[in-house]
Design a protein around this ligand. Sequence first.
Ligand code: SAM
Length: 178
Amino acid sequence: MTEWPDPTRFVVDALGPDARDVVEVGCGDGTLAHRLRTAGHRVVAIDPVAPDEPGFICDRFETWDPPAPVHAVVAVMVLHHADDLGGWLDRWCGWLRPGGLVIVADYGWDLDAGASDAWAAEHADLHRFAPMRAALDARLAQVRFERLDGPGESAAVPLAFRYVGRVPAGAAAPSATG
Ligand SMILES: C[S@@+](CC[C@H](N)C(=O)[O-])C[C@H]1O[C@@H](n2cnc3c(N)ncnc32)[C@H](O)[C@@H]1O
């Protein structure tokens, strides 16, 4: 069975050597954050289920801000859960230094055209691909985009997507002073 593709290489490549300070939103068990640190990035990772370790914050991100603007925000398999898609992205963009990056690896459950009504019902509370893509494009200049096979219901089809966008210069939040 097809598994979700590991986003580590994609994220490391997207960050490059210059994106030193990174926030990972929805880090889960912290696997990616640990790998990004090993690759040389300074990562603060936030999730209500984050590990109880330095560099992790066990909380939702909505009431938190990084202490200084960062070079990149990374979110893997998180955006489709957003209860306020635009609000989430606005907040992430507001954390960035001018020209900073938002890196998203996610999936569009609706891209499985052969899936059953039951599959649709099971995923109905999650965002579809098109609104996520539109919300990203409304705020960011695309740097990279790809779709990959992911485990759909009817087949391994390109459900997974990866997106890198750059916040336009001058569009960072007023608090972004670093
Ligand atoms: C599908 S899991 C992905 C976890 C991890 N990124 C991975 O790829 O294994 C989604 C994660 O997003 C987290 N999450 C959802 N809403 C969040 C929020 N508002 N703030 C921070 N984390 C959130 C959940 O707790 C969960 O760990």
